[in-house]
Design a protein around this ligand. Sequence first.
Ligand code: 0X9
Ligand code: ZN
Length: 409
Amino acid sequence: MILKIILPVLLSGIFNLAFSGSMHLVKVKATNKQQRSKIANVAHLETINSKFVTAIVNDHDLKVLKKKFGSKLKIEDSFAVHQHKGKKRPGGGGDEYEFPKGDEKFHTYDEVIADLKNLAEKNKKNVKSFIIGKSIEGRDLMGVKITAGGFSKESKKPAMMLIGTHHAREHLSTEIPLMLAEYFVKKIKTDSAFKSMMENRVVYIVPLLNPDGALHDIQGKKYKMWRKNRRKNKGTDRIGVDLNRNYSYRWGQGGSSKSPGSDVYMGTKPFSEPETKAVKKFIEEHSNIKTMISFHTFSELILYPWGGTYDPVGGQEEKVFKKMATTMAKWNGYKPQQSSDLYVATGDTCDWAFAEHNIFCFTFELTPSSMWSGGFYPGAKVIDSTFKDNIKPVSYLLKYTDDVYKVLK
Ligand code: 0X9
Ligand code: ZN
């Protein structure tokens, strides 16, 4: 009942009402992680409690959910969503790609690129921009590297990598790494202790891994709840691959779908997508990367591997993950937990980074804590506070990037 009243208010204005498809808010009974994982094989879950999960699902995922969980499922509401069919040019594309009124503080793709270039241009000693590859629609996937004391010994300096926005609608996850880039550069110039630490560190920041999806999500200044990239899947008009199901470790072994129409579509093979392929290549070429954060929204969680199995990573590594996650969580107030405690999902960034490269990788699910406090669209008012909440956690990870096992001493 409460949902019925609150949701239309929460979501009105989010979607463009020119009808060409729908999103549905559903509630499915599930009392433990095993039951949740079964639902996560079909659709992406938004909120979770001990009795049920809620999900905002597309038409395709609703159909499958109904078939599998009919008696346990309740549709709370449905919303029309306009899908733009027009061909998109690489580049930000002018007025058409601006955030809805009130949310202009969020950065569009063009603004992200301009900020990164500007940061590098104005701080040549400490910052360089780089391109890890191109998106499926041909946009540059740009990042910045930040260090002190010059780049000649870059490959020998322990590095932390930050990646934002695997998922299109999670726009806050672009803002936070972008702001952190600016913060670290300023801190090198103003804090001598930080500067001397940064002489033996590099930070690689790619704030917007899924520019096509993010632009699609704001096209026409209306949010569309888009999650995936903009791959035109072969033999169907269903668009997109879930980039956080497309990494190779345990790919396709749970919590992802083989159906191109699903919001958790895994793709045709591991690293089928140029965006994930670009991350793979970059990390393979930078063996100095020891720690990593993949920023997502929402739920206020700090997640660590494994996400693809209920097994813990075990050994000293598990102790490090737990110690780091609980320490960071004290500062931002998020909940630290193993990824699969939420639900099993295979093919995510952190499982792959840890399994293949021994990188201590965390998934941060940023603000807000729930759908009822804004979900994917909490508004620009949360940008500054979320940034402040996360400075200490991320700085701590950076500090221990030279030897993560030090946190156990
Ligand atoms: O489902 C995801 O990809 C992440 N949540 S989100 O709402 N941002 O989509 C969580 C990934 C955590 N990893 C696993 N559970 N494997
Ligand atoms: Zn996400």
